[in-house]
Design a protein around this ligand. Structure first.
Ligand SMILES: C[S@@+](CC[C@H](N)C(=O)[O-])C[C@H]1O[C@@H](n2cnc3c(N)ncnc32)[C@H](O)[C@@H]1O
Ligand SMILES: [Zn+2]
Length: 277
């Protein structure tokens, strides 16, 4: 008999418990045999059977549901974001501990891990429980956590790299848990992101100028040696992925039209990758 998901995750958490810190009292964490994560002050967080730990300290509601994360996984599995991964992977060196903040259903992080030649200790945190449940179901040997990236359950100087992929950020918290000389890699959408889909949504697609200047300025105030690398690729998209793509798009894109399979044949990924130390 192999290990259960829960037991395997408990082992992974135990092995990498130094990355963790109590989100309530900030003491060190122990991992018990059944996966319960407990601090010296006796604050405890149970391991779920799927193999993740919920370390939220306050209630939160998420705008994202199960079907959205399933759509995301399908689209991400189609390798649409490979060019972005190549830029991220080029920033990594040797054995790394990496945290994906706002990881959703974890597919980006899992793909990075499987593509990386050296050892990668990886944790993903998201406030949406449905995302983390799916991440834990699909990807073993990663530390999946339900939590708030602004009040994270991680130790000081824990990570070599913090990834922030199309998600909100908290730079004070990132600096606390990043190693000296660690890197923050933030992915933000650029003007052409999913533009074929946007053109379908909005009959007369707006042609306003678009800029990430403010995001880059805020990032530069917080980190050193900031570089911005734009990644633009247009790829063919399988017909059946088109409605899924529509389902996973930004909430702000009010949909005026029903999107069906085959309405698009290609799709553009256009992002800025912000890299800082
Ligand atoms: C647009 S999705 C991006 C998900 C994934 N990184 C991707 O690129 O497919 C934004 C994610 O950030 C998460 N999120 C928002 N606020 C958060 C917070 N305070 N702490 C942790 N995650 C958060 C959401 O639940 C959601 O999964
Ligand atoms: Zn505690």
């Amino acid at each position: 008999m192999g290990l259960t998901k829960k037991q395997r995750a408990a082992n992974y958490f135990a092995q990498h418990r130094a990355l963790l810190q109590c989100p309530i009292c900030h003491e060190a964490m122990m991992v018990e045999e059944n996966g319960t994560v407990r601090c010296e002050e006796n604050h405890s967080f149970d391991m779920a059977k799927q193999g993740y730990v919920n370390m939220m300290t306050h209630p939160a509601t998420s705008m994202y549901d199960k079907s959205l994360f399933e759509a995301r996984k399908e689209v991400i599995d189609s390798e649409l974001y490979r060019a972005v991964y190549n830029v991220i992977l080029a920033e990594l060196d040797g054995d790394v501990a990496i945290l994906d903040t706002g990881c959703g259903e974890g597919s980006h992080l899992a793909k990075l891990k499987e593509s990386y030649a050296s050892s990668m200790v990886a944790s993903g945190i998201d406030i949406a429980k449905e995302g983390i449940v799916q991440a834990a179901k699909n990807y073993a040997d990663m530390m999946w956590v339900v939590g708030d990236l602004a009040k994270s359950p991680y130790a000081e100087n824990a990570f070599d790299v913090i990834l922030n992929f199309l998600s909100p950020a908290n730079y004070e918290e990132f600096k606390r848990i990043l190693k000296p000389n660690g890197k923050v890699i933030k992915i933000v959408p650029q003007a052409g992101y999913l533009r074929e889909l946007r053109a379908l949504f909005f009959a007369d697609s707006e042609k306003e100028s678009y800029s990430n200047d403010k995001t880059v300025a805020r990032f530069s105030e917080n980190f050193d040696d900031v570089r911005v690398q734009r990644v633009t690729t247009t790829l063919p998209i399988r017909s059946e992925l088109v409605p899924l793509l529509a389902h996973m798009t930004p909430m702000g894109w009010h949909q005026e039209q029903q999107i069906e399979a085959g309405m698009l044949t290609e799709i553009t990924i256009d992002v800025d990758v912000l890299i800082g130390q």
